[in-house]
Design a binder for this molecule. Structure first.
Ligand code: 5GP
Ligand code: ZN
Length: 137
């Protein structure tokens, strides 16, 4: 396994630091977040170190959503949530605090008091066209 020496999520993912593990396979460990937004807030950690989504291998990237889907399915059955958010922060500016890729699965319950979101903008048609061109051209 590719580990980074001073990375706490490497140590957790590979079992060197104990955690409340919900699921483990060859590539991933899924744990409970120590500062949960809601009951059951989980983190899907690849065992190999990658700082963020851009550093993740194609293989791991292609598997991670399947792990999330299975976990959500199990949590729906056991926790009876009303919905859930998948959140994945890349970079400090985006709110990433631990620089080892992780996908949050946040169960949502009616009136749980949490809010995950952004302030919507109101671009003109020309502004949308300009950003489209910048991205695709
Ligand atoms: P980020 O803001 O980087 O997307 O999320 C980092 C998450 O990791 C936070 O929700 C935080 O509560 C959680 N966290 C930080 N350190 C630890 C730890 O040592 N163990 C566990 N289980 N969660 C942690
Ligand atoms: Zn790491």
């Amino acid at each position: 396994m590719m580990k980074k020496d001073d990375c706490i999520f490497c140590k957790i993912a590979n079992g060197e630091i104990p955690s409340k593990t919900l699921y483990e396979d060859e590539d991933f460990r899924v744990i409970l977040d120590l500062g949960p937004a809601t009951k059951g807030h989980a983190l899907i950690l690849p065992k190999d170190h990658a700082a963020n989504l851009l550093e993740l291998s194609e293989d791991t990237a292609s598997k991670v959503l399947g792990v999330a889907k299975n976990l959500a399915s199990k949590m729906q059955e056991k926790l009876h949530f009303d919905g859930f958010n998948l959140v994945q922060n890349n970079g400090e500016v985006a709110g990433q605090t631990v620089m080892h890729f992780h996908l949050h699965l946040i169960p949502r319950f009616k009136d749980d008091g949490q809010k995950i979101g952004w302030v919507p903008g109101n671009p003109t048609e020309e502004e949308l066209e300009a950003i489209r061109n910048q991205i695709v051209e």
